[in-house]
Design a binder for this molecule. Structure first.
Ligand SMILES: C=C(CC[C@@H](C)[C@H]1CC[C@H]2C3=CC[C@H]4[C@H](C)[C@@H](O)CC[C@]4(C)[C@H]3CC[C@]12C)C(C)C
Ligand code: SAM
Length: 436
């Protein structure tokens, strides 16, 4: 019995009894009259102290969990961004990252204007087409200011296609397609070879490395000259590779100053093919070889099929082309300027693997790239206008793929020419170009 002041409330004893009683399934009232209320008060205190502790521990655990989740998410996001921008974003390329995207030599605030100016070329009325052919080099220059960095970032240092080779990387297929050029013209050490429309010099370095020849590249775009020289130096090939800024329609080289020449997917920018072929013929030594990979419509192209016309117009608009030529025009033009035609072939025809799969297989990559350029433009890291240019290239890829799949277009119509060697003139004994 509990007497106030005599028996101090022994909470532990009460609890022991309570536990015992609980173990027997009894209530506290069964143990001792009045003990229920006393025990209830003490146990409530203890229970509430315990539950406060439990709640606090739970809260602490939850807070720690939140911190861990936030950190994990932050690390994962950082990893993802790193992978997205630096690893995936430069999968094909060394040296060009999305964060380095510029628009060639165009100042940041002029990019959108230049892009509009580029498009206005295609809106010109037909009557002014001849006059505007004089503007083509300037328009091509603007185009390469807009696209060079995106090409390097998303494609590599070689701005051309190549047949895909099962089991080999794009990089290998590209190099093999370029080395074929060196072999076709028989380039060797000590020779001086001209690269007509050299871009940032991917092919030039592959050809110099393969043959040991000195290669001189010419491009209309000043920005590409800087990029090509930097790449030449970085690859240790600057002793063999030289780059000049100039127009291939009026080249700053003396007559008969090269032992060989090649052009890879570049002369398609010339409004009149005879003008560039005549220049190449002029600067070549007699007897030397020239090979070109030309962009042309094939025998499957039908000018009365609106789908064909639409695909070819799409290719022209997205690639700064004044007008694609037909495959059977090329050799006639080469002969007209004085070349002998040794061979011509569409290198895209079977057994060559399709060149356009590299464009098609990258749908996820395009989506990723679109997000990336949009984010960079939003953050003002890349100039405004980069999103529109990227969008244009995406469209162009669609048209090129259509051209490849339908077989109406090829970017690798190969033509191998020779400038006729000199033969002694029967009358005066002086050498003259042989007529073949
Ligand atoms: C010879 C020329 C250029 C040929 C090709 C090198 C380029 C033609 C189309 C370009 C591209 C299209 C899609 C781009 C993509 C949307 C972007 O995310 C990454 C770059 C692209 C793949 C880009 C790369 C270069 C091309 C394949 C012409 C101009 C005569
Ligand atoms: C598609 S890129 C090909 C570049 C290079 N052959 C390659 O395969 O990487 C075409 C090149 O031709 C050049 N080009 C176009 N028109 C030109 C012109 N009138 N004079 C000099 N270069 C020109 C461009 O500047 C660009 O470098």
């Amino acid at each position: 019995m509990y007497i106030a002041g005599k028996n101090k409330p022994n909470l532990r004893a009460v609890l022991r009894r309570a536990n015992f009683a609980r173990s027997l399934g009894a209530t506290s009232a069964w143990l001792e009259p009045g003990a229920g209320a006393r025990r209830a008060g003490g146990e409530e205190l203890l229970v509430s102290a315990r539950s406060v502790g439990r709640v606090r521990r739970k809260e602490e655990a939850a807070a720690m969990e939140t911190v861990a989740v936030v950190w994990t998410a932050a690390v994962a996001a950082a990893g993802l961004i790193y992978w997205f921008v630096w690893v995936m974003g430069s999968a094909e390329v060394k040296g060009k990252r999305a964060v380095d995207l510029k628009m060639g030599s165009i100042t940041r605030d002029k990019v959108q204007d230049k892009y509009k100016q580029y498009w206005s070329f295609f809106r010109r009325p037909k009557e002014t087409a001849v006059a505007s052919s004089e503007n083509v080099p300037a328009f091509v220059d603007t185009f390469y200011n807009l696209v060079t960095d995106i090409y390097e970032w998303g494609w590599g240092q070689s701005f051309h296609f190549s047949p895909s080779i099962p089991g080999r990387s794009h990089r290998d297929a590209t190099r093999i397609h370029e080395e074929r050029v060196a072999d076709l013209i028989g380039a060797r050490p000590g020779q001086r070879v001209l690269d007509v429309g050299c871009g940032v010099g991917g092919p030039m370095r592959a050809i110099a490395a393969r043959s040991g020849a000195d290669v001189v590249g010419i491009t209309i775009n000043e920005y590409q000259v800087g990029r090509a020289r930097a790449h030449n130096k970085k690859s240790g090939l600057d002793a063999l590779c030289e780059v000049v800024c100039g127009n291939f329609l009026q080249m700053p080289f003396p007559d008969a100053s090269f032992d060989g020449a090649y052009s890879i997917e570049a002369t398609c920018h010339a409004p009149r093919l005879e003008d560039v072929y005549a220049e190449i013929h002029r600067v070549l030594k007699p007897g030397s070889l020239y090979v070109s990979y030309e962009w042309v419509t094939t025998a499957l192209y039908r000018a009365d099929d609106p789908d064909h016309v639409d695909a070819i117009h799409g290719i022209e608009r997205g690639d700064a082309l004044p007008g694609l030529r037909a495959h059977d025009e090329i050799a006639a033009i080469a002969r007209k300027v004085g070349f002998e035609v040794l061979d011509q072939r569409d290198l895209a025809r079977p057994p060559a693997g399709p060149w356009w799969t590299r464009l098609k297989m990258g749908r996820i990559a395009y989506w990723r790239n679109h997000l990336l350029v949009s984010a960079l433009a939003f953050l003002r890291i890349a100039p405004k206008g980069v999103v529109e240019v990227h969008e244009m290239l995406y469209e162009t890829a669609r048209h090129l793929t259509r051209g490849g799949e339908t077989g109406i277009f090829t970017p690798m119509h190969m033509i191998l020419c020779r400038k006729p060697p000199l033969t002694p003139n029967a009358e005066d004994g002086n050498p003259q170009e042989s007529s073949s």
